[in-house]
Unconditional design. Structure first.
Length: 478
C-alpha cells in the first residue's frame, strides 16, 4: 500500500509505502526538477520530496506553477491522490504520478465570478494615494528588464517608497525589500489601485481603471527591428482599437534611443505625451559590472568561452525555435552554450539540457547573461541592440529570414545590409563563423555605426536619469 500526504510546515510531499526501499524519488516539470530523500527499507519506506528548489543561487523558492511527474523508482503510484491543497506558497494537487502546482490563490478568486468581484472592488476603490510603485515585467513572469533596474535605483534613493511586484507565482524572487503580489489575487488588485506609480514593460492587459493622481511609466522592452502594433502587416480594426486603448493608459514612454522614440510614438499612436529617451536602465550593468558573480552562479569557469543563443519568439509557434542544436554547438566550438528563450516561450516548452549546455530561459536578468557571453547568437530579437553595448561579437542565425520578414512581421530596416555580424542559415555555417577570428574585424565599421545610432545613451546611468525624473516630477516622494 502506498500513501501520500503534504507537510505544510516543511513544504514537502511525503510518499510512504511497503516493500523494498526505492532507489530514488523525483518531481520533474518543464522548468524545474527536485529530488527527494528516501529512507527505510525492509518492510516500509518513506520518500520526502521538497516542494521548493534552488534554481540559480540564493534561497530555495517554491516550484514554478505547472505540471510535474512524480517518479519513485519501481513504485506504482496510480492509487495515491491528494485533492487541491492550499499552502502558504502554492496550491497543489496529486493524482497518481501527476502533480499540479499553482499559485497560492484561493480557487474562488480564479472563477469568473470571483475575478469579477475583485475587479468591481478595484474599480470602485479610490486608490492612487499610497506612496508606492507597482512593478510588472513581462506579465509577471519575471522580475527583470527595465522595471527591475528602476526598482534597484529607487530602493537606494527613495527607501521610504513601498515597492510591489506583480508575479504569477512565488517561484519568482522579488528584489530585496519589495513585496510580491500574485496576479489576480485580492492583494494584487488592491496594490494595483493603491500605488501612485505603475512601472510596466509590456501591455497592461487586465482591466485598468486609472485612479486620481496615478501615473503609468511604460518602459517597453527593446529597440524594435520587427514591426510593432499599428505597423504590423494587414488591416485589423480590432488590433488598431486595442493598440490605441492600451497606449492611452500610459503617461510616459521610455525609449532606448531616438530611433526607438520615433517608431514607438507612431506604432502606438503615443502623441501629446512625453517620451523619455534616456537609454535603457536594464543595460546599466553592462558598463558597471564584470560578470564574475554571474559566471559563478551559473557554474562557469572564468576562462571558459560562453556563447548565448537568444532568439525571439515566433507568431506561428509557442516554443523556442530549434534552428540551433546547443549540444552540438558546444562540441563544435568547445564552449559553454547558454540557451535563452523569449519571455513568451517561458511557460510553454522545456529546458534544454546536455553537456556544457545551460538553459537560462528562466534566469531573472537577461543583461547579466549578456555580460558573461563572449558572443551572442540571435535572429531578430531586440537583444541585439542591448548586447552591442558590450562591443562583443554577434552572429545572426536566420534560416527563416524571408518568411519572417515577408510574411510574419516585416522589418523597419534591412538587417542584411546593416547587421554588425554575419547572417548564417545552417548550424555548420554558424560554427564556422564562430571559429573564424577574422570576422569581428570585418564587421568593425558596421558595428561602430550601429553603436553610435543605438547605444548613445547606454552609459551606465540610465536608471539614475529615469528615477531622477520620477522624483522631480513627484510621481513618488523620496
Amino acid at each position: 500500500m502506498t500513501t501520500a500526504r503534504i507537510d505544510e510546515q516543511a513544504e514537502t510531499l511525503i510518499i510512504a509505502g511497503t516493500g523494498p526501499k526505492p532507489g530514488s524519488a523525483t518531481l520533474e516539470g518543464a522548468r524545474a526538477r527536485v529530488s527527494g530523500k528516501v529512507t527505510g527499507g525492509g518492510k516500509t519506506w518513506k520518500a520526502v520530496v521538497p516542494l521548493r528548489g534552488i534554481r540559480w543561487t540564493g534561497d530555495a523558492l517554491p516550484l514554478p506553477s505547472g505540471s510535474y511527474a512524480l517518479n519513485i523508482d519501481g513504485v506504482e503510484l496510480d492509487d495515491i491522490e491528494i485533492g487541491s491543497a492550499l499552502l502558504a506558497s502554492m496550491r497543489i494537487a496529486l493524482h497518481g504520478g501527476h502533480v499540479e502546482i499553482a499559485a497560492p490563490v484561493a480557487p474562488i478568486y480564479e472563477t469568473s465570478e470571483g475575478q469579477s468581484t475583485l475587479e468591481e472592488r478595484y474599480v470602485s476603490q479610490s486608490g492612487g494615494d499610497e506612496n508606492a510603485v507597482f512593478f510588472e515585467s513581462f506579465y509577471g513572469q519575471s522580475v527583470g528588464c527595465n522595471p527591475r533596474a528602476i526598482d534597484r535605483e529607487l530602493a537606494t534613493r527613495a527607501p521610504s517608497v513601498t515597492r510591489y511586484w506583480s508575479v504569477v507565482d512565488l517561484s519568482i524572487a522579488v528584489p530585496e525589500g519589495a513585496i510580491a503580489v500574485i496576479e489576480g489575487s485580492p492583494e494584487w488588485w488592491r496594490a494595483r489601485g493603491a500605488a501612485r506609480l505603475l512601472v510596466v514593460n509590456d501591455w497592461m492587459r487586465r482591466r485598468f481603471a486609472r485612479k486620481s493622481g496615478q501615473k503609468v511609466l511604460q518602459t517597453w522592452h527593446g529597440t524594435p527591428l520587427k514591426r510593432l502594433a499599428l505597423h504590423r502587416r494587414g488591416f485589423d480594426p480590432r488590433r488598431m482599437a486595442a493598440v490605441v486603448k492600451e497606449s492611452r493608459r500610459w503617461d510616459v514612454l521610455l525609449a532606448q534611443n531616438t530611433y526607438s522614440e520615433r517608431i514607438l510614438k507612431k506604432a502606438y499612436a503615443f502623441f501629446g505625451k512625453p517620451i523619455w529617451t534616456d537609454g535603457y536602465p536594464r543595460n546599466d550593468v553592462l558598463t558597471t559590472d564584470d560578470g564574475s558573480a554571474t559566471r559563478k552562479a551559473l557554474g562557469i569557469g572564468a576562462d571558459e568561452r560562453v556563447l548565448l543563443y537568444a532568439p525571439t519568439w515566433r507568431d506561428d509557434r509557442s516554443e523556442i525555435v530549434d534552428f540551433v542544436d546547443p549540444q552540438l554547438l558546444a562540441e563544435q566550438t568547445d564552449a559553454v552554450v547558454l540557451v535563452r528563450g523569449h519571455s513568451r516561450t517561458l511557460r510553454p516548452g522545456r529546458d534544454h539540457s546536455g553537456a556544457r549546455v545551460i538553459d537560462v530561459t528562466g534566469y531573472p536578468d537577461t543583461a547579466r547573461l549578456l555580460l558573461v557571453a563572449d558572443a551572442l547568437i540571435t535572429d531578430y530579437s531586440s537583444v541585439m541592440f542591448d548586447y552591442s553595448v558590450t562591443g562583443k561579437p554577434m552572429y545572426f542565425m536566420v534560416p527563416d529570414l524571408d518568411h519572417y520578414r515577408g510574411e510574419l512581421r516585416g522589418f523597419y530596416f534591412d538587417l542584411a545590409e546593416r547587421a554588425p555580424g554575419p547572417l548564417v542559415t545552417t548550424q555548420d555555417e554558424l560554427a564556422d563563423a564562430l571559429m573564424d577570428d577574422t570576422l569581428p574585424g570585418f564587421f568593425a565599421e558596421r558595428y561602430g555605426a550601429w553603436r553610435k545610432q543605438f547605444n548613445g545613451r547606454d552609459d551606465g546611468r540610465a536608471a539614475e536619469r529615469v528615477v531622477s525624473r520620477l522624483l522631480d516630477l513627484g510621481f513618488v516622494d523620496a
